[in-house]
Design a protein around this ligand. Structure first.
Ligand code: TNX
Length: 549
């Protein structure tokens, strides 16, 4: 009897030691409820997720291994490790390998034959390895966001936490519905510096947004250095709504933003808003102004900002209010197009992305025939500088075609006109996608001229709702959620209006229309509360969402 007991305990010790030396000999651990919840809560929702019921654990000895990778892929590995090191306290060193998969590691691998498009990826999590595969680097970067979301929310904290760092095992295949999934930040009304914009890029890329449209000029401010017209930034950038000191990006700073965005696989789309919304330019260079004297009566004419239009084409006053539609460039002046040419040339030179946005909205004091001439000229100039022109919906009135992109915000008439002319659409319906609209009448920031947009109505629309009878999904390039900043002053203000709505816009651009239901989404979104909190995001706690603590 004693002998037998001894033999059994020897056997148990032996098995135990084996288990320590060869952890895989232990039976696989089933997925914990937390890891299962994370797997079920990815935003945007992946195209397909097959749960396999076990657990992968990131440990002290885990490495991130780049399979036959270029420097670019190593950088994505570094990015992912950088997002995990602080909270885990692990080294997570980056190594390269030739395709042998060792237990405990996370692998990044490119496979051009996987036909996953520009941004799609496969994520295969077993109890032994995490293998992320994509056809292109952007796909690996998008997949890295999924890995972050599969880990516990504490992974986003910047101090060492206890773990364990478990991921549910699964096979995920994920490809976006639209190639343009954007957000716009208006740095014209209130200026936001380089660090704020970088944080904005960090946050939007978590939800697989791939475009940041920067609204770089408006009546209240000119925010980008133009070397051939230096006063635009120096004077035109010297204030903002409410009269604060404003600011602008030097071209060097802008290039730094471009590079930062590229590392997050985000394309910057720079906008110079013309021919309206140009008071900051008109205040910087008097020669751009028209002038109207009404001599018969000997009185002066005032524009809507009470600036004198006295015929001598002197600069206007800087403007710090929030009216729109009172300023315009002058089509009859030759210097106008020298100005536009110079600005677009310098902007194109620091823009590696394919698009230049020329604004074109709310030119309420530009004659319609002049407006059409402007649109056609802008188009020619943007094309000559090797870029594709985007403009707000009003540009549909110009002679545009399939080489121009129209951004719908308000008028079904212009949207339909654009589709009839063969232009692709970016959808920013103001009643559903405007991040500057208040959530409800009690929201401390924002406007409500279009609608109150709580998290449910921000989510509950489909891009294809906006097609007319003749158009198809191919007419839609994608969607964009703009944040106008008349009422937005600090980064906290930005975060409060942008989150959590932006998560929903990320999903509308990424997933297919038939897979979205608010009642299912709100449960997933609820689990992102702790994630946003861990990222120190001052998000709006809508009562419509059953938030997790
Ligand atoms: C309309 S939408 C504008 C902006 C304002 C915004 C405020 C559009 C193309 N123009 O100039 O900032 O409303 O919500």
């Amino acid at each position: 009897m004693r002998h037998q007991l001894l033999r059994i305990s020897c056997y148990l010790i032996f098995v135990g030691i084996l288990g320590i030396i060869f952890p895989s000999c232990q039976s696989p651990k089933p997925t914990s409820p937390e890891a299962a919840e994370a797997l079920a809560s990815i935003i945007p929702k992946p195209s397909s997720v097959k749960s396999t019921g076990e657990t992968f654990t990131v440990t002290e000895s885990s490495e991130i291994i780049v399979v036959e990778g270029s420097e670019e892929i190593v950088a994505i590995g570094e990015y992912l490790a950088g997002k995990m090191r602080a909270a885990t306290g692990y080294k997570l060193s980056i190594a390269t390998s030739t395709g042998k998969f060792d237990e405990g590691n996370i692998y990044l691998t490119l496979d051009a034959s996987a036909s996953l498009g520009e941004e799609g990826y496969l994520l295969s999590v077993s109890n032994e390895t995490v293998i992320l595969t994509a056809s292109n680097p952007a796909g690996l970067f998008r997949g890295a966001q999924t890995i972050r979301q599969l880990l516990p929310p504490e992974i986003e904290l910047t101090t060492k936490q206890d773990g364990p760092w478990e991921i549910a095992t699964a096979d995920i295949r994920d490809v976006p519905a639209y190639s343009y999934r954007g957000s716009m930040l208006d740095v014209g009304r209130h200026f936001f510096g380089v660090d704020d914009v970088k944080r904005y890029i960090d946050l939007i890329s978590y939800y697989k947004i791939n475009i940041l449209h920067l609204h770089l000029s408006d009546d209240q401010g000119w925010r980008i250095e133009i070397k051939s017209w230096p006063n635009l930034a120096v004077h035109g950038g010297s204030t903002q709504v409410g009269g604060g000191k404003g600011g602008y990006y030097t071209q060097e700073q802008y290039k730094d933003l471009v590079t930062y965005a590229q590392r997050h696989y985000v394309t910057l789309v720079p906008e110079i808003d013309m021919p309206g919304h140009t008071n900051a330019a008109l205040a910087s260079y008097g020669e751009l102004n028209g002038g109207t004297i009404v001599p018969a009566e000997g009185r002066i004419e005032l524009n809507r900002a009470n600036q004198i239009l006295d015929g001598k084409t002197k600069p206007t006053e800087l403007y710090t209010g929030t009216e729109v539609g009172f300023s315009t460039l002058r089509v009859e002046k030759e210097i106008t197009f020298k100005f536009v040419n110079d600005v677009i040339r310098e902007l194109a030179a620091i823009t590696p992305g394919p698009y230049i946005h020329i604004g074109g909205d709310e030119s309420l004091v530009t004659k319609k025939e002049d407006f059409i001439v402007f649109v056609n000229k802008f188009h020619e100039i943007v094309k000559n500088n090797g870029k594709t022109m985007i403009g707000w919906e009003e540009i549909a009135q110009g002679d545009i075609g399939d080489d121009v992109i129209v951004q719908f915000w308000n008028s079904p008439k212009y949207k339909d006109m654009a589709m009839e002319k063969g232009s692709k659409l970016i959808l920013s319906p103001s009643k559903e996608a405007y991040l500057d609209m208040q959530y409800d009448s009690t929201t401390r920031l924002g406007l409500h001229w279009a609608a109150y947009i709580d998290v449910d109505s921000a989510y509950s629309w489909n891009p294809t709702d906006y097609l007319n009878n003749t158009a198809s999904k191919e007419n839609i390039l994608g969607i964009e959620a703009p944040l106008w900043t008349e009422t937005v002053i600090t980064m906290d203000d930005i975060e409060y209006l942008v989150f959590p709505r932006l998560a929903g816009y990320g999903e509308i651009g990424w997933s297919t229309d038939t897979t979205r239901h608010w009642d299912e989404y709100k449960v997933r979104l609820a689990t992102h509360g702790p994630r946003l909190k861990a990222m120190n995001v001052d998000y709006y706690k809508s009562k419509l969402v059953p938030w997790k603590e």
